[in-house]
Design a binder for this molecule. Structure first.
Ligand SMILES: Cc1cc2nc3c(=O)[nH]c(=O)nc-3n(C[C@H](O)[C@H](O)[C@H](O)COP(=O)(O)OP(=O)(O)OC[C@H]3O[C@@H](n4cnc5c(N)ncnc54)[C@H](O)[C@@H]3O)c2cc1C
Length: 538
């Protein structure tokens, strides 16, 4: 069963080996493990629903609590510390576009707020419920989870928008196809959520971001359906799919998504290389991605992340042997781990791997084979489970990501790590900050920074204050270096204050006008993307 107050299935746990525990203790000192809030206590505090009885709407407290939050650090704190946020007044689970239509017509007529809910994996406050004011209805799309149509000739598949990753891939694999979209939240996130948050999967280098995969679909808006037909390409004015991509539930509810699928690759493997220091590593991956080889994944860890991953891997004896080998090959202090994926027909994969290894070797890379890659692939969706383990040991974790053109990649990566240390310093809290580049483009790269720090005693308020300081400090550096507010997690409520810096005043007016066009009563997910949400609890 899915954990109510942590990541993932409660039958899955990730242990932290002795080496990793020792590293945390060395760098951060002891953690502060606080007792968890009880769900029953939260359920008992949920106020009565303000919605009338309706056959499609569940107003039971447990159903409402489950959709009251996502997976951001702030959500995590609320759950673990028992800080009850405003909770939707009811949850509808429509099974078709027609049922979504009927519910939206009702909400539009009654001026209820509507928050679409996909897999609930948002890490940017997309699902926060405004306090007071109008009744709030959560539209949970979990029953709309089927492959509705496959056009094999055009390699197009239409899914109910609430289809989560594993179910989507299983239904495609039965036809020998894949979407190839594997965000780390794959277990729970949905195709509709991916589209409206502009998600990016781990193998985007081969398959593209969701923007490239989303071919069309159907969105029910408060004013009626918006149908996006599929065509291979068009010069018919602005592309209306771009309004839906990144719309974050503001324009309507995506009920059907047609996506571009591909045949399953004949060969897929992941390989590990080490590079001697960050400068060599950055130059190597830039040259590699600009050569446009048919690779499916590049993921470059900086030196601190490399050390962290090796300590997390356990197996101290094997790691010591590996370090001796790397030292002998001239790749010891400051080494950076590069994971490289190939997914193609066997001949193309062989050629791409050979060409990539040749280029990387010229930058001093040491190839160590596919064993680490196999381990990575087997555990590719298990990393987030470590958040549970770390919390229980008394440590907090958050991630912040962006993307920027190449000249700013290294300066911004360093500035994001330093900003975290500066933000925590006034609290006397140490932080372990490390980063990787995982979505690389000829023009630049995403930067994904992870932060671990000892949870503060005192529950919600002191920890929320630390997290806000972190977010503010890192966001300031992202803006100063010309990075985007988000490469893949979206804007939500948490990043809405920074969006104007990226879009400009006229751009923000255009976005607000677009929302008004489809949603004149402002019922759709207010306060996300744009700061127009009314009162909030914290
Ligand atoms: C551990 C972890 C790892 C992650 N890894 C990645 C990653 O690798 N890449 C990545 O891109 N993201 C990642 N994310 C972020 C998150 O998974 C994505 O933003 C994802 O696209 C959200 O999908 P969802 O179905 O869970 O949407 P939800 O969280 O349910 O909703 C997100 C937003 O979309 C709206 N929405 C959802 N469905 C619809 C719909 N059908 N119509 C209209 N609006 C809708 C909601 O109202 C909300 O505003 C990760 C998150 C976690 C917790």
């Amino acid at each position: 069963m899915r954990r109510w107050n942590g990541w993932g299935d409660d039958a899955t746990a990730m242990d932290l080996g002795a080496g990793a525990r020792a590293m945390l203790a060395e760098r951060l000192g002891p953690g502060h493990a606080a007792p968890d809030a009880r769900r029953d206590d939260l359920l008992a505090r949920i106020p009565p629903s303000r919605l009338p009885a309706h056959p499609l709407i569940d107003t039971a407290p447990h159903a409402r609590l489950a959709v009251a939050w996502g997976e951001s650090y702030a959500d995590w704190l609320r759950k673990r510390c028992g800080h009850l946020p405003p909770v939707p007044d009811g949850v509808a689970t429509p099974a078709s576009s027609e049922e979504v239509r009927a519910l939206l017509d009702l909400a539009h007529a009654q001026h209820w707020v509507v928050i679409p809910f996909g897999g609930g994996t948002s890490v940017a406050g997309h699902l926060d419920c405004p306090a007071g004011g109008r009744p709030v209805l959560s539209l949970h799309l979990g029953r709309m989870n089927q492959l509705l149509h496959l056009d094999a000739a055009s390699q197009l598949a239409t899914f109910g928008a609430g289809t989560p990753g594993p179910l989507l891939e299983a239904q495609l694999r039965a036809h020998g196809c894949t979407l190839g979209h594997f965000p780390q939240s794959f277990e729970y996130s949905t195709v509709g959520g991916w589209v409206v948050t502009r998600s990016s999967g781990q193998q985007s280098l081969r398959y593209g971001r969701i923007e490239q995969l989303f071919a069309g679909g159907r969105m029910e808006t408060p004013l009626g359906p918006l149908v996006l037909p599929t065509v291979p390409a068009a010069s018919a004015g602005p592309d209306l799919r771009e309004m839906v991509l990144g719309s974050e539930g503001r324009l309507g509810v995506l009920t059907e998504a047609t996506v571009r699928v591909a045949p399953l690759p004949g060969h897929e493997s992941f390989h590990a290389l080490f590079l001697p220091g960050w400068d060599a590593a950055e130059a190597a991956v830039r040259a590699l991605v600009q050569q446009r080889l048919p690779l499916s994944m590049l993921r470059l860890s900086n030196a601190i992340e490399t050390e962290t991953n090796l300590r997390l891997a356990g197996h101290a004896r094997q790691i010591a042997l590996l370090q001796r080998y790397l030292g002998w090959r001239g790749c010891s202090a400051g080494q950076c781990l590069l994971m490289l994926g190939v997914s193609a027909d066997p001949a193309t994969a062989r050629h791409a791997l050979r060409a990539a290894r040749g280029l990387l070797a010229r930058h001093g890379a040491v190839y160590i084979g596919a064993a680490l890659g196999r381990k990575w692939a087997a555990n590719r969706f298990r990393g987030p489970y470590l958040r549970n383990t770390l919390w229980e040991l008394g440590y907090s974790v958050d991630t912040i990501e962006t993307a920027v053109d190449w000249p700013q990649v290294t300066p911004l990566m360093q500035a994001m790590e330093q900003a975290a240390r500066d933000a925590f310093a006034p609290f006397g809290t140490p932080v372990h900050a490390f980063s990787h580049l995982s979505h690389l483009y000829p023009q630049g790269s995403s930067i994904y920074a992870q932060y671990v720090w000892p949870t503060a005693p005192g529950g919600f308020a002191p920890n929320f204050a630390r997290w806000q300081a972190l977010k503010r400090a890192v966001a300031a550096q992202i803006a100063a270096h010309g990075g985007t507010v988000s490469h893949q997690h979206g804007v939500g409520r948490d990043h809405a204050a920074h969006l104007a810096q990226e879009k400009g005043a006229l751009g923000m007016q255009a976005l607000a006008a677009l929302c008004r066009q489809f949603d004149p009563h402002g019922i759709m997910n207010p306060g996300k993307l744009l700061q127009d949400g009314g009162p909030w609890a914290d």
